[in-house]
Write a protein that binds this ligand. Structure first.
Ligand SMILES: C[S@@+](CC[C@H](N)C(=O)[O-])C[C@H]1O[C@@H](n2cnc3c(N)ncnc32)[C@H](O)[C@@H]1O
Length: 271
């Protein structure tokens, strides 16, 4: 099977980054599942599941008899999930499906709920993807999404000038592959066009001070992605060095903090 690598890659480093990211965002995910009304007897889709940290978390949350279908484009991530699901949740029915969301055509089309986190920001044909999701849900089913809505909110404070150049590079590199870091701005309207009624919108803003666990999140992202953007020509080697120097300095600056890119929680219902 050919490996479909998204813009951040699917190697060991990215898998480990996604694991730590999940540990730091698990409460926000669970909070959304509660508000969306995910239930133990629901048949659930985890879309753009990656290595399945959210899928395994859903299995833990929904209980031992949960029924979850996890969909992702990456064969490498899905193999990791399959091994862990078999070892850790032998009673649950966790299926994995390799597919691009826009092209998804599963045998089952009667799901009660769907979840995705940080997927639509990478998808070129979002309306097509939302229509494909709708096609797999029962009427009345719930679709909960967590995506970025104001990515340029990201900053280190006191501000570092190189952040603007890093943000420009991130926007360009994602957009060149059909993604959009601010996809959350388009989603409510597109969901309504795709056969959903938007039930709830909620911004999620977070701050981390150095030495708080959440500080690991930007550190891991910049550590993995900046070298990649330099290799691909989106960021200069000098900007990378300046950023790394300023990021390290922020660790010891009095009162410094990291302002996370703002996330939007969306709960929609299939009409
Ligand atoms: C940032 S990761 C998020 C993984 C997981 N949702 C989480 O929150 O931990 C994005 C995932 O989306 C997948 N992906 C990107 N574009 C996709 C598409 N068009 N169809 C299916 N999967 C896609 C990538 O392979 C990757 O696993």
């Amino acid at each position: 099977m050919a490996e479909n690598e998204y813009v951040l890659g699917t190697d060991e480093d990215e898998l480990n980054r996604l694991r730590r990211q999940h540990e730091l965002w698990v409460l926000q995910a669970q909070d959304l599942w509660v508000r969306a009304g995910f239930r133990s007897d629901h048949k659930v889709m985890d879309l753009g599941c990656g290595p399945g940290f959210t899928t395994l978390e859903l299995a833990r949350y929904l209980g031992p008899k949960s029924r979850i279908t996890a969909v992702d484009a990456s064969d490498r991530f899905l193999r990791y999930l399959t091994a862990r699901a078999q070892a850790e949740f032998p009673q649950a029915r966790i299926k994995v499906e390799e597919s691009f969301i826009e092209k998804m055509d599963l045998d089952e089309k009667d799901f009660d709920a769907a979840y995705c986190r940080w997927l639509m920001i990478f998808v070129p044909d979002v309306l097509g993807a939302l229509r494909a999701v709708r096609h797999h849900l029962k009427p009345g089913a719930v679709f909960a999404l967590q995506e970025y809505v104001s990515y340029e909110a990201m900053q280190v404070c006191p501000e570092i000038p190189v952040m603007e150049r890093v943000l420009t590079a991130i926007f360009k590199s994602w957009k060149d592959q059909g993604g959009n870091p601010n996809r959350g701005r388009e989603l409510p309207n597109l969901l309504e066009q795709a056969g959903f009624r938007v039930r709830e919108l909620k911004p999620v803003a977070r701050i981390s001070r150095p030495n708080e666990p959440l500080w690991d999140w930007p550190t891991g992202f910049f550590g993995n992605y900046l070298p990649r953007m330099v290799t691909q020509g989106y960021l200069s080697a000098e900007d990378r060095l300046e950023f790394e120097r300023d990021w390290k300095a922020a660790m010891t600056k009095p009162g410094s903090f990291f302002l996370a890119p703002m996330v939007i929680d969306i709960v929609a219902e299939a009409i």
